[in-house]
Design a protein around this ligand. Sequence first.
Ligand SMILES: Nc1ncnc2c1ncn2[C@@H]1O[C@H](COP(=O)(O)OP(=O)(O)O)[C@@H](O)[C@H]1O
Ligand SMILES: [Mg+2]
Length: 387
Amino acid sequence: MCPSPRPRLNLIGQDESLERMMSILARAMDGSGGAILISGESGSGKTRLAEEFESLASRSGCLCANAQCEPGQPPYAPLAQALMGLRRVKPALSTDASLEVLRKVLTSSEGDGLAARGDRALFAARDILEAVCREACVLLRLDDLHLCDASTIQGMHFLAREALGRKALLVVTYSDDELYDRESRPHPLIEAVRVMRREGLCHTVELQPLTLTALGEAMRDMLEADLEGRTLSELHRESGGNPQVAVELVREALRTGGMAVRQGRMALAHEGPMAISHPLRAWMSRKLGRLPGMQREMLDCAALCDEPFDADLLSSALGWDRLETMELLDAAMRCHRLYVEQAEGYRFRWPVLRRVASSELGHERTMDLARGIDRAKGGRAGGQGRG
Ligand SMILES: Nc1ncnc2c1ncn2[C@@H]1O[C@H](COP(=O)(O)OP(=O)(O)O)[C@@H](O)[C@H]1O
Ligand SMILES: [Mg+2]
């Protein structure tokens, strides 16, 4: 029988980041606080790393509180929630007048002017921070700040400034592949991070995909069995080293009998691509749906090309200017993390995304794009023949 997956994996491959964060914490505990910004693509392990850090900080005697950011929350709500969470670790705070102000931020009606409310909230937040961190080091964790409005992001920036020179540390996570979705205007967090870096207010931790070895270790932990070599390589390729994608693929394989024990190790039960679960498909669809129009168009075309593909092939298949296509490819890698560049050309960062994209193309669109790709290849072959 297949082992069932354990609900939570040990944190693998993040020793270096944690060590660095612990030394930042040590400085904060000595009165030189600030902020740590943890960024990376969705599913890369930002929340896990931040939670692990928070629990280490708590064991070191810090007062810790956190808030999860959600789209559509009132301005400053996550900051207010996190600070109000300090009541749990410090009940005496409950009578503090500043907390009353923050409670109003969470409940006040729209009629109350936002600017005045914002100023009151920020000063109240500062007063609480000041009062609490006189006694002990405070750690406030805000998860998924990319989901917040501009005012909350400014509030975070304000608190990071206030944490400097105090026993206080802000730990913020955000998905950097979700900052570039909007076609109309840039996400306010991009500018906030740029300014915070310039002002020396923050330390940054950028999460990278898990290596093959780290993914193998994480999977051994999850399955309580080793993955057979080829299965591990396939999982690493399919997931691009993203822990969440890998977990989803393995769960689905276990659920559908796509994995079985072979000579004491877990192995794919059959040839062919791994099954994509509904949640994983929905996640990939959302990612595709958020892409700016031309990025989506280019990705649809790339999904039908053999890998590796290059800018020439895409630009002539789509009838686009070559330079413009190269700029879009550059943004696709830097901002959206869609592809990786290798010596021979580009490949999808997550093969799963490629499969979902091509399955979402209608028949007409597929034929249309395929004709363009054939024409581009024909032109290239002709050119080579003549050369
Ligand atoms: N380094 C890691 N080692 C083991 N499991 C991990 C690691 N990073 C992430 N995970 C697991 O992958 C999943 C996604 O991680 P999460 O922290 O929620 O990602 P994010 O916050 O970046 O979207 C979770 O189930 C988490 O426990
Ligand atoms: Mg998260």
